[in-house]
Design a protein around this ligand. Structure first.
Ligand code: CP
Length: 353
């Protein structure tokens, strides 16, 4: 790609650090595209949490629901999800409905003219002719970023929201995870100073990557990466944490880490990214949350999971009040309402309601 946007060509843009890309993802100082966690600062995260709670309150009554539905009435969104999804797809659809936005969807490339040889870039540019917002999940890391760059050059750009890009990032999951942590710890000093463990396939888990990037915005957090050596956190993120002076420890013992932490973020093995079935050689059972761990997990700690789960959290754990992954699911809808309303500059109307 040789085109230029905001005075920068693609090659130069793609070499920038995440935080340096932020200005290309905004318009007139407001958030426009949502592509990567590095574009968010503490002020933005605090505002999203505050606004999400306000929206939940507004939505409790019919009058409030009607107000929310009036905010973006007449807008249209395309949900372009060509990688499987349950929660992210449905919560974005519900979020759009809550705000009065009509949705279209493409969930299978075989139903799109990509099968006739159209490039994915032309496909998304076509969507932008018909809608006011594109939410996209795509198997290719960096594709959402490339599309946002491309759309910045056209006369009627529309916001792009990255709803999961390969093994790379899932920034809206990270925002809902922050909101879940915020709500869980609002009576216990907030997220600052907390000890948070990430467990499982940390190498290929985009939810973990995006949340770790966001956590550098909080004071005094300590991270634990609990994984088999083949699936430990990537060097790029560890280097980032060293630069940001965020302390972290690596471990392969979940049993040793459970008693130490305020939050445990479990993940499934991401074997859809295997090249030769290599996950089968890994004993993932050592990274399952066993029922006996509930006895040593601190009383105010929480167990999170972006879902879907497999065997890494047995269903019997769900009954424990510290298991909050089903609350995460619900929080996802409210955070996505908040994010879309913020992109379309409706935050002030909501605060004043
Ligand atoms: N957490 C998450 O992204 O779930 P889905 O893959 O079901 O959207």
């Amino acid at each position: 790609m040789t085109t230029v946007t905001k005075g920068i060509d693609w090659e130069t843009f793609s070499e920038l650090r995440g935080s340096e890309k932020k200005e290309y993802l905004t318009r007139e100082g407001n958030i426009f595209h949502v592509i990567m966690s590095q574009q968010f600062d503490r002020q933005f995260l605090d505002e999203i949490c505050e606004l999400a709670t306000k929206i939940r309150g507004i939505a409790k009554g019919n009058k409030g629901l009607a107000f929310l539905q009036s905010l973006l009435e007449g807008k249209r969104a395309m949900l372009y999800f060509v990688q499987p999804s349950t929660r992210t797809f449905l919560s974005f659809m519900a979020a759009c409905q809550i705000l009065g936005i009509h949705c279209s969807e493409v969930r299978d490339m075989t139903t799109s003219s990509e099968m006739k040889g159209e490039s994915p870039e032309d496909t998304v540019r076509t969507f932008s002719s018909y809608v006011d917002l594109v939410v996209m999940r795509h198997p290719q890391a960096g594709f959402a970023e490339r599309i946002a760059f491309l759309l910045n050059q056209i006369s009627r750009p529309v916001p792009i929201i990255n709803a999961g890009s390969g093994k790379d990032q899932h920034p809206t999951q990270a925002l809902l995870d922050i909101y879940t942590l915020h709500r869980s710890f609002e009576n216990y000093g907030g997220i600052d100073g907390k000890k948070i463990a990430f467990v499982g396939d940390l190498l290929r888990g985009r939810t973990v990557r995006s949340l770790v990037y966001l956590l550098r915005n909080y004071e005094g957090v300590t991270l634990y990466f609990v994984a088999p050596s083949e699936l430990q956190m990537g060097d790029d993120l560890k280097e980032y944490l060293r630069e940001q002076k965020v302390p972290f420890e690596e471990s392969n013992s979940l049993a040793e880490v459970v008693p130490l932490v305020d939050a445990i973020y479990m993940t499934r093995i991401q074997d859809e990214y295997d090249e030769r079935g290599e996950s089968k050689a890994i004993d993932y059972s050592a990274y399952h949350f066993k029922k006996e761990y509930l006895k040593v997990l601190p009383a105010n700690a929480i167990i999170m999971h972006p879902l879907p789960r497999r065997a890494e959290i047995p269903v019997e754990i769900d009954a424990d009040k510290r298991a909050i992954y089903w609350r995460q699911v619900r929080n996802g809808m409210w955070v996505r309402v908040t994010l879309i309303a913020t992109i379309f500059q409706k935050a002030k109307d909501i605060r004043e309601y």
